[in-house]
Design a protein around this ligand. Sequence first.
Ligand code: XUL
Ligand code: CO
Length: 478
Amino acid sequence: MKSLLLWLAVFCYLGNSFCQEDGVIADMTCRWDAGLSESKQWNGDFFPNISNIQYEGPSSRNPLAYHWYNAEEEILGKKMKDWLRFSVAFWHTFRGDGGDPFGSPTKTWPWEDGSNSVQMAMTRMKANFEFLKKLGVERWCFHDRDIAPEGATLEETNRNLDTIISLAKELQLGTSIRPLWGTAQLFKHPRYMHGAATSPDIKVYAYAAAQVKKAMEVTHELGGENYVFWGGREGYQSLLNTDLKKELDHMATFLQSAASWKKKLGFNGTLLLEPKPQEPTKHQYDWDAATTIGFLQNYGLKDEFKLNVECNHATLSGHSCHHELETARINGMLGNIDANTGDPQTGWDTDQFLTDVTEATLIMLSVVKNGGLAPGGFNFDAKLRRESVDVEDLFIAHISGMDALARGLRNAAALLQDGVLTKLVEERYASFDSSLGTSIEAGEVGFEELEVKAFEWGEPTLSSGKQELAERILQSFT
Ligand code: XUL
Ligand code: CO
């Protein structure tokens, strides 16, 4: 009896430490007996009430069908699926539990046993593949630590990761499902509280390097097409205790090492930096697209990286998503989009599925002008609301996000084919089409010649910016 009680105590302790490691308040998913009550072996049938999602056209009222996304249909000479290259974010869809700083998890998916075990990780990976197949999406994105649990040592953690990667490899056999990108989670564990590449502790810098090295290896092993760096803790809380120059230098050497490792590994994917201004740190170094491009240029890294623009991060930095996309695009740096949106009434990263058609049209205008995103794509870095607790909600959310962008693509193509808006913009700058304008743009005209012209021309006449007309044109296409 005594030893039985002892075992029970050990079991409770282990159960709870898994939960704490996962940063989850111990109640709903951290029931000490959760592992015991679950006897079903999950090998399939995660979503028994949902069939493969089909295209039914704009007149359909079926929420579990595509109304605008028709994968094989050609728009501007390319299939919709090739323009859009959708991806499911494993962390939101399979690790998001609805918990927030004030409340316990709300989502108890039928296949979850409340643990963070390797066995549970394997089950989730199977659910991921079934979800992708039913949705008709061929890509997914992951952090190393969302797909496999952290062990007691780095060696054990790497072994856990290898187990899950070989399962994912098996599951992708005979399918065209591959990771759009992988990344290392360098922000959740306490060791990274001061940063990873920008930590003042050399041991943390080395640990992060080892983690990224492995995450790049496994992304490559699965045939991933890109690799992302989001500097969740690469920033500061106070400049009083921070050596700003040293931290930026360290971030650059870290990224340089990643670029070298990529070559040694024979990985041809694109390395992507994901700007975000703050949250979790007060100030993050990759503030926005322009700051990130400037940083890369400064450290001679511009040819090694592109950007992963996230719409909600754009609004947090005080820009529109369209602005961030255009900034990346005109610099030849638009690599991928984390497709989501924020809430206009809240000031943090709400990671909602993007459903606004006008917003989607502006996004797709940039993407079409960019000639697409490949080998990048649209990763749904978006989560269900805390109150959405049905498995079906996972499908509806993704379908809705996909349909919004598909509709945006149709609108953007029509707008560009129509040409009126393009013409309006060209006309605003037409005076520079003159021979003097061409010489100015070539940097061949100085202030002295311009002064002569200014005297000759006198006061410029005012011409309308035609903003309302431009808005009217956009409105007629959305
Ligand atoms: C956080 C965020 C991350 C990155 C990947 O705001 O967007 O999920 O996309 O680390
Ligand atoms: Co993101």
